[in-house]
Design a binder for this molecule. Structure first.
Ligand SMILES: [Zn+2]
Length: 307
């Protein structure tokens, strides 16, 4: 199986331990726990720019953890792991490491895959807690429960429970009938020259295949069929999972009906291979190598024409 960045998490989640909050507190403060700090949606990395390795640390006495909300991630071998969201402040604690906070996408290409996946997990959990401080039903404060894998309303007559959510998004490589061209578009806010495959969020009441068909039609005007699932990627920016598909176009006529994309074009494999090289596509670029969009494109590029 091909590894996709942010997947392949080595942590055994040990969900059976989540209800035992006393035991989790003992584990958290035992000195054996590895704690992943998350501050302002950033993570702590070694300050050495030539060896930007992940810097996991035990929380020292410099931080009052009793006021924070650790999330039990699980165990890797015999080591317990927790994520810890730190309050926004001008000077986040670095625990005496001399390390610095960076966004995950800044350093992901330098990280071993297992570390990237642990950070994706930690980040998603901390962001979810930050966005669900209050009960969605009655508005009272909600507190973390089950080791941070749920939040429960503190209003006893309500006691509504909320669970971490993942928002599904489809991302699709669309090829023409002859399989010689694929359909790429670009959003105005992307870096100049970048084109990518077609993506969109799943809406309530539709299947994933229906989302692929609807989003492609809305964004490009191209009708598609033969929608096939290929692979997925956790995408905690802030809380998505990208579901990768391949689909076949019934027409090559492009008619954009919304403003999601500023440009849509068909490209051949040779076109894509010449992105960034001297010639007509010098100013063009493919999506980042750690994205499932790039995985879908690389898979297509590796195939022989017309197979
Ligand atoms: Zn409530």
């Amino acid at each position: 199986m091909v590894h996709i960045t942010y997947s392949g998490n080595p942590i055994d989640r040990r969900a059976n331990l989540r209800p035992n909050e006393d035991e989790l507190r003992i584990i958290f403060t035992s000195g054996a726990a590895r704690i992943v700090p998350v501050w302002s949606m950033k993570h702590l990395f070694d300050a050495n720019p030539r060896a930007q390795v992940l810097s996991f640390t035990q929380i020292s006495a410099t931080v009052d953890v009793t006021r924070l909300e650790p999330v039990f991630l699980g165990f890797s071998d015999d080591v317990p792991w927790f994520a810890l969201g730190l309050p926004d402040s001008d000077t986040p604690p670095t625990f005496g490491t001399g390390a610095e906070y960076k966004t995950l996408n800044e350093v992901v290409t330098l990280l071993p895959g297992t570390e990237a996946s642990i950070l994706a997990y930690a980040r998603a959990m901390v962001i979810w807690h930050g966005n669900h401080r209050y009960c969605g039903k009655c508005g009272a404060t909600a507190k973390p429960t089950e080791g941070g894998h749920s939040r429960t309303c503190t209003n006893d007559t309500c006691a509504h429970r909320m669970f971490p959510r993942t928002d599904p998004a489809v991302i699709t490589l669309i090829e023409n009938e002859a399989r010689t061209h694929c359909l790429l578009g670009r959003q105005a806010r992307w870096v100049p020259g970048m084109y990518s495959v077609i993506a969109g969020f799943v809406e309530p009441g539709e299947s994933l295949e229906e989302t692929v068909i609807r989003e492609t039609l809305e964004e490009t005007g191209v009708p598609v069929t033969d929608v096939r699932y290929l692979a997925s990627q956790p995408w905690p920016f802030p809380s998505s999972i990208m579901l990768g598909f391949r689909a076949k176009a019934l027409s090559m006529d492009i008619h954009r009906t919304d403003d999601e994309l500023e440009d849509v074009r068909w490209y051949t494999r040779d076109d894509l291979r010449s992105f960034g090289k001297p010639g007509p596509y010098e100013a063009f670029r493919l999506p980042n190598p750690f994205s499932i969009a790039r995985f879908l494109l690389n898979t297509w590029l590796d195939e022989e024409k017309g197979v």
